[in-house]
Design a protein around this ligand. Structure first.
Ligand SMILES: Nc1nc2c(ncn2[C@@H]2O[C@H](COP(=O)(O)OP(=O)(O)OP(=O)(O)O)[C@@H](O)[C@H]2O)c(=O)[nH]1
Ligand SMILES: [Zn+2]
Length: 190
């Protein structure tokens, strides 16, 4: 795990400003390299964490192994690894407990944040959330649906404003179409 190199980032941002033909010493830009360094440190913070450590898994004698647990519409913000431009939207996560094992509800949005805070593509972000939850809770199955807008296709390039990209991950019990439909129905009803 490499440490965050603030000095290198500040120099690099200064060089970007020179390369685009602006003057990094003009009043409005003097603090920009430092500000961008702080913003990047925050936006890419999970690159400096070895693993997701926030999980809290409980055993519940009352959790019904056949019932879905669904957390819908968790907002996220990430940066695409191709252009370093934002992509953002919402994540809906469901799982079917096994042997009464459940995860603290707040840990699911924390997992989404952890996966979002590094350069990524939407498909991998979706699978990484699913695989990590599968590993942490070992449930009967995990379902993840991500809906996002990509600034690299809206503010540049093909310029298709407001289009959405949908990606999904299904494991275990959710390979069964009926459970997938139940999950999709639940997130639609939220
Ligand atoms: N599958 C996938 N593609 C992405 C994601 N974010 C950005 N991209 C795409 O990554 C591709 C990179 O293509 P390139 O041809 O190397 O880059 P480019 O010349 O900037 O491409 P254009 O955006 O078409 O101008 C583009 O088609 C982007 O739309 C993502 O999350 N998932
Ligand atoms: Zn992109």
């Amino acid at each position: 795990m490499k440490p965050f190199d603030r000095a290198l980032l500040e120099t690099s941002v200064r060089n970007i400003l020179i390369a685009i033909g602006d003057d990094p010493d003009r009043e409005g830009l003097q603090e920009t390299p430092a500000r961008v360094a702080s913003a990047y440190e925050e936006m890419f913070s999970s690159l400096h964490q070895k693993a997701f450590t926030e999980s809290k898994v409980f055993n519940s004698s009352l959790a019904n192994d056949g019932e879905l647990v669904v957390v819908a519409d968790i907002p996220f913000y990430s940066m695409c690894e191709h252009h370093l431009l934002p992509f953002f939207g919402s994540v809906s996560v469901g799982y079917m407990p096994k042997n009464g094992r459940i995860i603290g509800l707040s840990k699911i949005p924390r997992l989404v944040d952890y996966v979002a805070k590094k350069p990524n593509v939407q498909e991998n972000l979706t699978s990484q959330i699913g695989l990590e939850l599968q590993k942490l809770v070992a449930p009967q199955g995990v379902a993840v649906v991500v809906k996002a807008r990509h600034m690299c296709t809206e503010m540049r390039g093909i310029k298709k404003a407001n289009s959405h990209t949908l990606t999904s991950f299904y494991s275990g019990a959710f390979k069964d179409k009926d459970y997938r439909i139940e999950f999709l129905q639940e997130i639609k009803n939220q």
